[in-house]
Design a protein around this ligand. Sequence first.
Ligand code: ADP
Ligand code: MG
Length: 360
Amino acid sequence: MSDDVANKVRQALGTIEVPGGLMLADFAGLSDIIVTKSAIAFAISVSPGMEKAFAPARTAAEAAVTAIAEGRKVMVSLTGDKPPVQSAPQSAGRRPGPPPKTPVPGIRHIVAVGAGKGGVGKSTCAVNIALGLARRGLNVGLLDADLYGPSLPKMLGIEGQPAIRDDKIFKPFEVYGIKAMSIGPMLTESQAVVWRGPMATSALRQLLRETDWGELDVLVVDLPPGTGDIQISLVQQVDLAGAVVVSTPQDMSLIDARKAIDMFRRTNVPVLGIVENMSYFIAPDTGTRYDIFGHGGARTAAEALDIPFLGEVPLVMSIRESGDAGRPAVAVSGDGPEAAAFIAIADRLAERLGVVSKPR
Ligand SMILES: Nc1ncnc2c1ncn2[C@@H]1O[C@H](COP(=O)(O)OP(=O)(O)O)[C@@H](O)[C@H]1O
Ligand SMILES: [Mg+2]
């Protein structure tokens, strides 16, 4: 079915002329066309400096594809292929560079949750920290920026498609008292996620800016692992209040965490703190605590790097089980010990951000 739609999109793009006289459908800079249940995305890559000349074609493409999109949201990105190298004198011949950062209206603070690698519990922390902030009476949003492996729908138990308003703005999911947005529900089960750089940038921009977040005290952004395209694109698009870096206590993970910290520092994003996840193990039967992972590694690293330590989260089976079942710890066992760790971290974060943290 989505092949059908992709063909229609190609046909539509066959009617749009680009500079140079070709039709967009035949233009080499046209990417694959991604058709999901509720979105159509493709990218137009042009030589640096040609963005302006192609802008009308992009607008026309958007309109033509919207007409056959059967209600799907159309995401077309237009980018100069390679960023110009920074060598010529600043004053001579102004070069395009990334567009200026503009705040997202209504959002006071944007906080990214990152880590040098996957599987350390970024998404788990992002979800539960967001819920912890909401418990303090703050208006909180959660954006799943892991376009390659969105996991928030599962963790929050989100089902179905996001609603799209007539003006093509997404309505975020409202779940456990926060607003959440993810590309996940728009993908079919088996859909290979083949975002290329420019498409990912554009999808991220639209999830961020074309979602009706309303007034938020904090938008928490769950990043993909590592220090790739999406991280860079986020920090280029918007000013972040800062980043939270999640690490497990093991050395290897901390080496990765340092990479993430370096990236944020290089891009002038304040690192608000480190969280040590899977810090120690609590036996489910006896409740006994075991420090089997070299507990404390992240705190030591935080001190060495002069970064605040936000807290530690134990490895507890219930965190995994509830997360995998769409019932995050802070939402379902708000007063339990596993939730307490996240809530304490959220409180410290709120304090660092200077947002009023109202008691429940
Ligand atoms: N503190 C924890 N205790 C038990 N399981 C955890 C904990 N933190 C994360 N997990 C589990 O580990 C897996 C990876 O976590 P996830 O948050 O998806 O990591 P990431 O986003 O860094 O890839 C998930 O199955 C999650 O439920
Ligand atoms: Mg994740």
